[in-house]
Every structure is written in structure tokens, then in C-alpha cells.
Design a binder for this molecule. Structure first.
Ligand SMILES: N[C@@H](CCC(=O)N[C@@H](CS)C(=O)NCC(=O)O)C(=O)O
Length: 205
């Protein structure tokens, strides 16, 4: 299976970590984002969304969206389980994961799109007020996550799941590329980041 990827991009990283946790080997194909290869008609045949990651199966069928790809991989290789084992745990993981995607990842995306790096690429006219607002929401989310992680080891409970994968990919990207590193006094958040970074699955990608 081929994964259309770009080094450092947070969404393909989610899939690479997910696959590594399950010892699934994917052939990585780098897409030239700067050259807009992901908007070429050939790539749009793979995903009309024109974004990465895309997983291409050996028979040529394609799946876009990090979480759709991850669910496909979970069906192929169920263990270790990353989406939940019973009705309640599955719902808890889904709930926490949706918080991360809708309340954190989306705001980091707004700060990124309206920030200096994207402005330099000349792709969009940045809206400074949108960036300021999202920066504030991201910082507030970090505080909330810190409070929650003082009570449990992982985002959705006592074990590592898809919610942690999305959380760490989002926060690492926000820290490295968006100027939104969590404040040093968020010690429970820092301890969780360290715990998650130690995992072989993260270190291998
Ligand atoms: N919801 C999508 C988001 C995909 C996405 O935004 N990918 C970024 C790279 S991390 C991308 O392709 N950006 C290029 C663009 O939007 O033109 C997912 O989870 O896969």
C-alpha cells in the first residue's frame, strides 16, 4: 500500500504513527506540496479533496482522510486496538478525538493559514484577527488538556489511542510551525507529551 505523504505534514504523520503502532509497512510517496502536485488532475483522481494523506491500495483504489485511512488499517490489523474495545470506551475515544479535531486541530489550522509562513507562500491573504482569535482558543485548549491530563495518563483514558495520535501530531505541528508551543507551566501536558514521544511507534516515523 502506498501513502501519499509530505515530511513534517501533521495529517500524514497521524497515519504513519497509526501504521507504525500496528507494524504495518506503507510505501511512502512524497507529494510536492510547494509545486502544488496535490492539485494536479492526476492527484485529484485519487482524492477530489486535493489534500494528503491518501492511501492507495495495491489494486489502485484510494482512501483519503487520515481517520478514514486509520479505520481501514484498524480493520485490517485490529491489534493493538486504537479506536475502542467496547461501546462505552469507543464512545469516549470518539468524543475526546472529536474535541481534539474540532476544537484544537481546526484552530491550529486557522492560526497556520493566517500566519507568516503561509503568507510568505502567497497562497492566501492572512487575516490577523482570525489568527489572534485562534491563537487564544488554542492556548485555552492547552490549559483544559493540562487539567484533564492531571487526572489520567492519556487523552481518552488509561491507554494510548487515536485521540493521542491526533493530539500529539497537532501539538507538535503547532509548536514547530505555528508558534504555539504549550507554556512551560502546563506540566501534566508536558508529561503526556514526553510519555507519548517515548513510544517506538512515534520514534520510528
Ligand atoms: N481532514 C484531512 C486534512 C488533510 C490536510 O489538511 N492535509 C494537509 C497536509 S497536513 C494538506 O494536504 N494541505 C494542502 C492543502 O490543503 O492544499 C485529513 O485528516 O486527512
Amino acid at each position: 500500500m502506498k501513502l501519499y505523504d509530505f515530511p513534517g505534514a501533521p495529517n500524514p504523520r497521524r497515519v504513519k504513527i497509526f501504521a507504525a503502532e500496528k507494524d504495518i509497512v506503507l510505501e511512502l510517496v512524497n507529494v510536492n506540496l510547494a509545486g502544488r502536485e496535490h492539485k494536479d488532475p492526476d492527484f485529484l483522481q485519487k482524492s477530489p479533496s486535493g489534500k494528503i494523506p491518501v492511501l492507495e491500495l495495491d489494486d489502485g483504489r484510494c482512501i483519503a482522510e487520515s481517520i478514514a485511512i486509520s479505520r481501514y488499517l484498524e480493520s485490517l490489523v485490529p491489534e493493538p486496538n486504537l479506536f475502542g474495545r467496547d461501546a462505552f470506551e469507543t464512545a469516549q475515544i470518539e468524543m475526546q478525538h472529536r474535541f481534539i479535531e474540532l476544537e484544537l486541530f481546526a484552530q491550529v489550522g486557522i492560526s497556520w493559514v493566517n500566519g507568516p509562513i503561509v503568507a510568505k507562500m502567497g497562497l492566501v491573504d492572512p487575516i490577523e484577527a482570525a489568527k489572534q482569535r485562534s491563537d487564544g482558543l488554542v492556548k485555552a485548549y492547552y490549559q483544559r488538556l493540562n487539567t484533564e491530563l492531571a487526572q489520567r495518563d492519556y487523552i481518552a483514558g488509561d491507554r494510548f489511542t487515536i485521540a493521542d495520535i491526533s493530539g500529539v501530531c497537532c501539538i507538535d505541528f503547532a509548536s514547530a510551525m505555528v508558534g504555539l508551543k504549550p507554556a512551560d507551566d502546563l506540566t501534566a501536558l508536558a508529561a503526556w507529551l514526553a510519555r507519548v514521544h517515548e513510544r517506538p511507534g512515534l520514534q520510528s516515523v
